[in-house]
Design a protein around this ligand. Structure first.
Ligand SMILES: *Cc1c(COP(=O)(O)O)cnc(C)c1O
Length: 468
């Protein structure tokens, strides 16, 4: 038995993996990873995989980055954790100061959570609670875009829009208002991104005009709807949305959990629209992909609505055990140092350009409807019929073919349904980008070559965040 098989067997005896139909592993080998270095992951049999998805979009400076490692090692000898209520520590104070400085002016307060989903819960609760504290209890609904993803907890799912979840857990979800997304994949022929995103804003305007009085906040994934298939839109939408939120007295929540920290080409996506949201949710790359940590930044105005005598009962009494964990904060500080010292946002421009050129030929592929890109995120949409953009039936799991081919070739590509994407760590080289493009091209050829016989199980929807 190989070492991989040994660990796989022990794993499958006891683990239940995230976002996985476990029965798949009767056919699909699990990949136990022994070590990581830079963009590479290495399994127990010594095979290496280029991590093209940054290990679920968290890793920006590679695995086992010496600078982040050292900072965590130093911190662990000093203080591993302390309660953040009534107590504080240097890493969380320094990190908060730096986040306030780094983000758009006016985001002056930082509240911590320990993962993206709970960060969304914080923003939703704070927004609702703000309106309660200022005497507007009617403002308790949330507006969200179609095809959104904001996490897995109940309220975060409620503001998301993925059939698998909204249908399965419908009975548990909050009642939200869904507005068609500005997603440019569906723009009419000949229309550019800006014109399409602008035109789609009419739906949002109408919803806010009608429901503004009962709406606490609009929540969006700025520029890229990640888990919904790396669908993209123009920053003009965010600018129009900011103006409309001000007009209708509604908060704007930017979920930059996936896109923050350089993914869209700027440090934060909101910079491209020149706006400041009322809540900015950050996680994933915040710690360089090392440790779970999330930050919800907000304005002094919102903070002040909670600031009162204890007996007024206006305080935000929300807490997580690991709030502001010092090790995670140390990893975040090291990550911010690297952004600064290595001028990463500027350096990424060449990498993004290489991603464009390396995949340009795929636009002509008979089963590729679109190759789209925003900064360091690039997506290739495989379709059954190119002219009509007819999707493959999800049951065919074409993306899974690409995933399997990539594994064989030594790359971790994990398509979302039929969308193959690259979201690589920023320490990738131009040659490694070429390699990924080659692997993806081959994979797409293989995945789209034949008709697929489908064994339809009893699940009704495609797996989500899964190589469906
Ligand atoms: C991943 C993600 C989340 C949820 O974060 P978790 O840490 O996985 O709970 C929320 N919003 C967006 C846009 C994400 O991509």
């Amino acid at each position: 038995m190989s070492l991989n098989d040994h660990w796989m067997q022990r794993d499958l005896n006891v683990l239940w993996h995230p976002c996985t139909q476990m029965k798949d592993h009767e056919q699909l080998p699990l990949v136990p990873i022994k070590r990581g270095e830079g963009v590479w992951l290495e399994d127990f049999d010594g095979k290496r995989y280029l991590d093209a998805v940054s290990s679920w979009w968290v890793n920006v400076f590679g695995h086992a980055n010496p600078r982040i490692n050292q900072r965590i090692k130093d911190q662990v000898d000093q203080l591993e954790h302390v309660i953040l209520a009534g107590f504080s520590h240097a890493p969380v104070i320094e990190l908060s100061e730096r986040l306030v400085k780094l983000t758009p002016a006016g985001l002056d307060r930082v509240f911590y959570a320990d993962n993206g989903s709970s960060c969304i819960e914080v923003a939703l609760k704070m927004s609702f609670h703000y309106w309660l504290n200022v005497g507007k209890p009617a403002k308790k609904r949330f507006v969200t875009l179609s095809n959104s993803y904001h996490g897995e907890t109940i309220a975060a799912m409620s503001v998301g829009d993925v059939a698998l979840f909204t249908d399965t857990y419908k009975a548990l979800l909050l009642d939200t208002l869904k507005v068609p997304s500005p997603d440019c994949y569906f723009r009419p022929d000949g229309m550019d991104w800006e014109a399409h995103s602008r035109a789609m804003f009419a739906h949002m305007e109408r919803t806010l005009a009608e429901h503004g009085h009962e709406v606490a906040a609009v929540i969006v994934e700025p520029l890229i709807q990640g888990a919904g298939g790396m669908r993209m839109y123009h920053p003009v939408y965010l600018r129009l949305l900011r103006e409309a939120c001000d007009r209708y007295g509604v908060h704007l929540i930017h979920d930059e959990i996936a896109v923050g920290f350089g993914r869209t080409g700027t440090m934060f996506a909101c910079e491209q629209a020149g706006i400041r949201p009322d809540f900015l949710c950050l996680s994933k790359a915040l710690t360089g992909g090392y440790l779970p940590l999330a930050a919800c930044l907000t304005t002094d105005r919102i903070y002040q609505a909670f600031y009162d005598d204890y007996t007024s009962l206006r305080a935000f009494l929300h807490s997580h055990s690991y709030t502001g964990n010092p090790l995670a904060c140390a990893a975040a500080l090291a990550t911010l140092d690297i952004f600064e010292q290595d001028n990463v946002i500027e350096a990424n421009k060449a990498l993004a350009a290489r991603m464009t050129s390396a995949t340009a030929h795929l636009a002509d592929h008979p089963h590729v409807a679109e190759v789209r890109q925003t900064g360091m995120a690039l997506a290739i949409e495989m379709v059954q019929d190119k002219a009509s953009k007819t999707a493959y039936p999800w049951q065919e799991r074409r993306g899974l073919k690409v995933y399997q081919h990539a594994l064989q070739r030594g790359a971790l590509l994990r398509p979302l349904g039929s969308v193959v994407y690259f979201l690589p760590p920023y320490v990738i080289s131009e040659e490694q980008i070429d390699f990924l493009a080659e692997v993806a091209s081959e994979g797409i050829d293989i995945a789209t070559r034949n008709s697929v016989s489908v064994a339809v199980g009893n699940t009704q929807y495609p797996d989500f965040r899964d190589p469906g």
